[in-house]
Design a protein around this ligand. Structure first.
Ligand code: AMP
Length: 249
């Protein structure tokens, strides 16, 4: 059984991004980039399925510029068997990525596609769902537990107020939530091994996909600055302030 794991190169989650002065986006010049954290969880899950003997091959895919090779090498150091880079310098929006992934699903015929539930840069939470629709596959989003047996996957999902367990027939799309697993640290020997693994590169045109952006970002702004806290002398003053100043009760 093959598993396809899309991995996105994003600004590292520890970086505090700054909005560009003209409000057109965030400044990512010279900032540390890493694999999207939810995608690390997706790679880890696919590799664990391989270690359990359920899966035979884990293929990592990244769409973006040539530097996404680094992200693919990290996925291969975690344990993915090979990588596919869909190389383009165009801005890629979720629909374009979903179309590229659909073309790769047609080509590779994986039984499972495990994506992150969202990329921490655009926070779109769209690609997995769009891919499931385009490829006409069942989907389980926000997975906190995945079990695969035969041609079925049983997925526990994190939903508002609790957990939901659903069964899907394979092939299927799964998106990962934070609590699915804790990704392993990559070791130096595995980083060295990953350098020798197969990495194929395609252009969007090779896959017959038009990646032209469909949405235009009109404005990006910083969240409002938080005011300083104050000390209140007693409960009555606190209640009064919550009622009349903050207007939250
Ligand atoms: P999003 O819909 O942008 O929040 O992204 C959801 C998931 O789709 C990510 O966690 C990745 O697994 C996948 N994804 C999004 N963009 C890319 C990309 N450029 N390359 C590879 N995978 C991607």
């Amino acid at each position: 059984m093959k598993v396809l794991v899309p991995v996105k190169r994003v600004v590292d989650y520890n970086v505090k991004v700054r909005v560009k002065s003209d409000g057109t986006g965030v400044d990512i010049a010279n900032v540390k980039m890493s694999m999207n954290p939810f995608d690390e969880i997706a790679v880890e899950e696919a590799v664990r399925l391989k270690e359990k003997g359920v899966v035979t091959e884990v293929i990592a895919v990244s769409c973006g510029d040539a530097k996404c090779q680094e992200t693919l090498r990290t996925a291969m150091a975690i344990g993915a068997d090979r990588g596919i880079l869909v190389e383009t310098t165009e801005e890629l929006q979720p629909l374009a990525v979903a179309k590229l992934l659909k073309a790769l699903v047609d080509k590779e015929q994986p039984q499972l596609i495990i994506l992150g539930k969202q990329a921490i840069d655009d926070d779109a939470n769209q690609t997995g769902q769009m891919l499931a629709a385009l490829a006409d596959l069942p989907q389980a989003t926000f997975a906190s537990k995945v079990e695969v047996a035969g041609d079925k996957a049983t997925v526990t999902r994190e939903v508002d107020g609790g957990l939901e367990t659903i069964q899907l027939s394979l092939p299927a799309v799964i998106t990962t939530d934070l609590r699915l697993n804790e990704p392993r640290y990559v070791t130096l020997p595995n980083i060295m091994k990953a350098k020798k693994k197969q990495l194929d590169t395609f252009k969007p045109e090779d896959l017959g996909v038009d990646v032209k952006p469909r949405l235009k970002t009109l404005k990006v702004s910083e969240p409002p600055k938080r005011g300083a806290g104050i000390k209140v002398p007693d409960v009555a003053t606190l209640v009064d302030k919550l009622k009349n100043e903050a207007k939250v009760i």
